[in-house]
Design a protein around this ligand. Structure first.
Ligand code: PMV
Length: 336
């Protein structure tokens, strides 16, 4: 039996623009998906999704039947099967063991579909646990690469490397097309607000694409996000030693760029009333900056605040269902 875990992520800067080849900086946060895998002899796959911050369930399928037959919504089933299925296929391929069967138990404290990279974390942890169970040692970059292939398959070719690379490597990373690097960064005081909902990533991405095709100024807005990310990258370098205390001035400036980024994303039509409410509450209660994270439309915001101000204020914000502090996860995928 082998267990692996992998962190979720927030976008410090650059979601949506990354789709058009601009750089983005996602940061792994200490909310993890944990996957336990045990080999079985009959070639079947049993997936037990215990706690996905939604009602858990169990499905068993493989070898002789065509697929799972259970009474749960399609999106739930997709979460538990397509991604895990793809991850198991990657592990079988890496170990050259096409008929290997497994019991897979998934636990996650990352809200689903909320811009925190829950599916990427599940895929990354599943590949690591299943390859370990098959006696193969993949390094984090290989896990990231295989996890990206899974997301690409499941999401019909619509995936950037950001979530999977960040979850596998941990810390802050910079992704620009296929060019993925880790960044050295001080500890960043993230506070996450969650409205309890989620956005439709496909629709939101399509909306930005339409605007960008129709208006030069929308294309300029996307390019401006790219410029902002490059500025943010420079600031992060100045902000302090890897894992150390951040420089206050640099942190304040980073917060200002987060506010700017949120404004540009808002202009591109991907924010939501609930996200704006949480962003403004955070700003008014002392956050150095706040923005939506991920596709938008609903889900999470991320704020920078070394004090308790934002966390306390979001507890009283009616648009906010859950608020938590999330340290930067310096460690990516790991065998437990
Ligand atoms: O909401 P998430 O975590 O799936 O992030 C989507 C980020 C986008 O830039 C909007 C799309 C993408 O594939 O990069």
């Amino acid at each position: 039996m082998h267990t692996a875990s992998a962190p979720g992520k927030v976008y410090l800067f650059g979601e949506h623009a990354v789709v058009y080849g601009e750089p983005a900086i996602p940061c792994a946060v200490e909310r993890r998906a944990t996957v336990t895998v045990e080999g079985r002899d009959d070639g079947r796959l049993r997936v037990d999704a215990k706690d996905l911050q939604i009602e858990g369930f169990t499905v068993e399928y493989g070898a002789t039947d065509s697929g799972p037959a259970v009474d749960v919504s399609d999106s739930l089933l997709e979460a538990a099967t397509k991604y895990v299925d793809g991850a198991i296929e990657q592990a079988r391929d890496a170990a050259d063991a096409p008929d290997a069967g497994f019991d897979v138990e998934v636990e996650s404290d990352i809200p689903l579909g909320a811009g925190l990279g829950s599916s990427a974390a599940v895929v990354v942890a599943t590949i690591a646990a299943a390859t370990a169970e098959l006696g193969v040692d993949l390094d984090a970059r290989e896990v990231a690469d295989r996890a990206y292939q899974v997301e690409l398959d499941v999401q019909d070719g619509q995936a950037s490397r950001a979530d999977t690379f960040c979850s596998a490597m941990g810390g802050a990373v910079r992704v620009e097309g296929d060019d993925c690097r880790t960044l050295s960064t001080p500890d960043l005081p993230f506070v996450i607000g969650y409205d309890g909902g989620s956005g439709d990533t496909g629709k939101l991405v399509a909306g930005v694409r339409d605007l960008r095709d129709r208006y030069d100024f929308a294309a300029d807005t996307v390019a401006a996000i790219g410029d902002l990310v490059r500025e943010g990258e420079r600031l992060l370098e100045q902000a302090g030693e890897d894992g150390g205390e951040p420089d206050e001035e640099a942190l304040e400036e980073l917060g200002g760029l987060m506010d700017f980024d949120h404004g540009l994303l808002e202009a591109l039509g991907v924010s939501a009333r609930s996200l704006d409410d949480m962003v403004w509450t955070a700003r008014e209660s002392g956050a150095l900056g706040a923005k939506l994270t991920g596709a938008g439309g609903g889900g999470c915001i991320v704020a920078l605040d070394p004090t308790d101000g934002t966390e306390t204020a979001l507890t009283y914000e009616s648009s906010c269902e859950q608020v938590f502090r999330a340290e930067l996860a310096t460690e990516g995928v790991r065998i437990e």
